[in-house]
Design a protein around this ligand. Structure first.
Ligand code: DQA
Length: 147
């Protein structure tokens, strides 16, 4: 079965309580449960990790080749400045999609630029938890074609 790694970056563990007017009132646990259910239906295996530490996310990306076939990543604020995370994604060269709950282009200027975007296949931004679900569907479609 194809395997997808879902990475959630800093502060996403606070979803549900954190600025619900921007990020919605659904907890990360609920989003993860929905992702697990969608993955089971789509015959995908998923592995999910949230970390508030850049290095932990980078290590998970380094260990991904050979273990997973696709990466979905919401890098949180690291999207806007982490060249280290960008370099890790570029180095492993696995297909990846960048996810954002909020529409980063409709927010503060510092959020309107992603250093991650140029090294991933694409980005889904602004659709709340649906951004993750559509990202998983895009991964499924890509993996189906790749087989
Ligand atoms: C976010 C957008 C980032 O700017 C922010 O720092 C986050 C969440 C999103 O999902 O909308 O932590 O990645």
């Amino acid at each position: 079965m194809p395997r997808v790694l879902v990475l959630h970056g800093p502060n996403l563990n606070l979803l549900g309580q954190r600025e619900p007017e921007i990020y919605g009132d659904v907890s990360l646990e609920k989003i993860n449960q929905s992702l697990q259910a969608l993955a089971a239906d789509a015959e995908l295996e998923i592995e999910i990790l949230q970390s508030n530490y850049e290095g932990v996310l980078i290590e998970a990306i380094h260990q991904a080749p050979g273990r997973v076939d696709f990466i979905l990543i919401n890098p949180g604020a690291l999207s806007h400045y982490s060249y280290a995370l960008r370099d890790a994604l570029k180095a492993v060269n696995l297909p990846a999609i960048e996810i954002h709950l909020s529409n980063i282009y409709a927010r503060e200027e510092f959020r309107q630029y992603s250093v991650i975007a140029p090294v991933v296949r694409g980005q889904i931004s602004g659709l709340g938890a649906e951004s993750y679900f559509l990202g998983l569907e895009a991964a499924r479609r890509w993996l189906q074609k790749a087989q």
